[in-house]
Each structure stands twice: as structure tokens, then as C-alpha cells.
Ligand binder design. Structure first.
Ligand code: RIB
Ligand code: CA
Length: 309
């Protein structure tokens, strides 16, 4: 099994991505770090603890909190879509504690990179602030990891924050610039790809109906907001941005990739530029195969070992 570290700003689609990852037998989620993005760092960390208490993955990952804001600008959140608490503002989550201040996300990222080197896959589902801070702390260690798969950017399609910028890149363009300039084995999963992975509300409902219980009810509850907002915006369903990044990290053959040199614009635009490639970008996705894989693993009818009944 491939060791994974997931950096995340949960967020509805982040939560779906974590549940998908926890049911993927090809990988072992060794560590999860939180970053401010969709919501504040505290809210993102609370949501991670909520999901851990709900799903009780085995093994339980090392968890750590990271950056409370971008490197060089004020935090812009996405609570209109995700809700004030980041998970659809459900009223009845059981209380959880807080993530410890130490070790922080940078320490956990560096420790995982030292331990696993080329075997480690890092999946970044939020702004790239923690990754940029880890590079600042020890670029040589971060550079040893096998793969870094980051959801973000809008290469040949419109953005979702401005006509040209995607949310994760627009929250922290300075961090994105540093990550792209670091010579890392970087794989970008942009809106070009994630907008091909749209889940209809009926597909989610049918899947959850096959495995009724606390987990299915909770997924139904927090994902409903995502479907409601998507439909109000005229979409046919929820674009599975972060779950697709996990899917392509687990099985790169789900996508067709293009080696590209990207530059980051002042508002987080991901711009094609001349020169040797600094990443590869997922451009075409086998959407049906991905959606089937995602739904098979999100909330299986039979409970995997160590999960809530
Ligand atoms: O643009 C989509 C990205 O922004 C996803 O990671 C979503 O969770 C939001 O953070
Ligand atoms: Ca996210």
C-alpha cells in the first residue's frame, strides 16, 4: 500500500475525498494536515476531527494543524458554498476536541517525507500554504517525495472565483508560485478535469440508500448543501473536485495527462508559459469509471474493519 499524506481544508468535497481515500485499499492514509481555505483553520481542524470520529479509519492517521492563512494576503473563505462551519452547517455534530499546536503540519509533512521518501504521495486539497512552508523549512526533504498531487487551477477553462482563477490557487498565489518553482514531482488536477467529474444528486442518494446508517446519514446531510448550491448555480450535480484529485492519486490511469509549464498570475491564475515543464496536468478524465469507483468506496454497504456500525 502506498503511504499518503493529505493536506486539506474541509470543506464538503474535501470530506468526500477523505472518505473515498479511507476506503481505498491501494493506499494507507498515514497523515492528514489542515490548512485555512474553504473555512478558517480552526473550522477545518474541527471538521477533520468530526470526520475521524464519524468514520474511525484504521489506521488512525497522524493529524496536525497548519497555516491559519495565506503566506502574504488575507484569507478568503468559501463559506457561501460549504456553509459557515464548512460541512453544511448541520446542527447535531457530536462535540470534538482540538488539534494539538505541536507537531504542526510542516513538522508532520517533513517527518512523513523523511520516513517514506519516494514512496510517499502528498495530496493537496486546499491552498498550497502548508506545502510552501514545508519547502521553506526543508526543500531538500520535500523534494524527495514520490508524487505531489494538487487539486487547483483552471488551465483552458474559466475559473470559479474569477473568470480566470480557481479557488485554491486564488487563496494563496504566493504559495502556489513557490510550489511550482520548487522542481517537485507535481501533478495538477485543475477545473479542466474536475468539471468532468460531476455527480448527480440521484447517484449519491442511490449509493447512500444501499448502506443506511450513521455514516450514510451524515454524508447525505452535509453533501446536500453542495448539491443545492450546485443546482442553484445551474449545474447538473456536484463537481467532485477533491475526490477526483484523490482518485487520480490512487489511479493515474483515470486521466490523460499533459506536461506543462505553468506560471501563477497575481490573482492565482494558472497560465501556460514557455520553458521546460514544471508539472503535469490532468486534462481528460474517464468520468464514468471514476464516478463508479468513488461511489463504490464512499460508503460501502458492508462496513470495512474499524468503522462505525
Ligand atoms: O476550486 C475547488 C477547490 O476549492 C476544492 O478544493 C474545494 O474544496 C475548494 O477548496
Ligand atoms: Ca478543498
Amino acid at each position: 500500500m502506498t503511504p499518503f499524506l493529505i493536506d486539506t481544508d474541509p470543506g464538503i468535497d474535501d470530506a468526500l475525498a477523505l472518505l473515498f481515500a479511507w476506503n481505498s485499499p491501494e493506499i494507507r492514509v498515514e497523515a492528514i494536515t489542515t490548512v485555512a481555505g474553504n473555512v478558517s483553520l480552526d473550522a477545518a481542524s474541527t471538521n477533520l476531527l468530526r470526520l475521524l470520529a464519524l468514520r474511525r479509519p484504521d489506521p488512525r492517521p497522524v493529524v496536525a494543524a497548519g497555516a491559519a492563512g495565506p503566506l502574504a494576503r488575507a484569507l478568503t473563505t468559501a463559506t457561501r458554498y460549504h456553509g459557515e462551519d464548512g460541512l453544511g452547517d448541520l446542527p447535531d455534530w457530536p462535540a470534538v476536541g482540538r488539534l494539538p499546536r505541536s507537531p504542526d503540519a510542516v513538522a508532520v509533512i517533513l517527518e512523513a517525507a523523511r520516513r517514506h521518501r519516494g514512496d510517499l504521495t502528498i495530496v493537496a486539497l486546499g491552498p498550497l500554504t502548508n506545502l510552501a512552508l514545508a519547502l521553506k523549512a526543508d526543500a531538500a526533504v520535500v523534494g524527495r517525495v514520490g508524487r505531489i498531487v494538487a487539486m487547483g487551477g483552471a488551465i483552458d477553462v474559466p475559473g470559479n472565483v474569477t473568470p480566470t482563477a480557481e479557488f485554491n490557487m486564488s487563496v494563496d498565489p504566493e504559495a502556489a508560485h513557490r510550489v511550482l518553482a520548487a522542481g517537485l514531482p507535481l501533478e495538477i488536477v485543475p477545473l479542466d478535469a474536475t468539471r468532468q467529474a460531476v455527480l448527480p444528486r440521484a447517484g449519491m442518494r442511490a449509493t447512500l440508500a444501499r448502506g443506511p446508517g450513521p455514516l450514510a446519514s451524515r454524508i447525505q446531510g452535509f453533501s446536500e448543501r453542495g448539491f443545492r448550491i450546485a443546482h442553484s448555480d445551474g449545474a447538473q450535480g456536484m463537481a467532485l473536485h477533491d475526490p477526483l484529485a484523490v482518485g487520480l492519486a490512487v489511479d493515474p490511469s483515470l486521466g490523460k495527462w499533459e506536461a506543462v509549464r505553468l506560471a501563477i498570475g497575481p490573482d492565482g491564475e494558472t497560465l501556460r508559459t514557455s520553458g521546460p515543464p514544471n508539472c503535469r496536468v490532468a486534462k481528460v478524465v474517464e468520468s464514468d469509471r471514476f464516478i463508479r469507483l468513488f461511489l463504490d468506496r464512499l460508503c460501502p454497504a458492508t462496513r470495512p474493519h474499524g468503522t462505525s456500525s
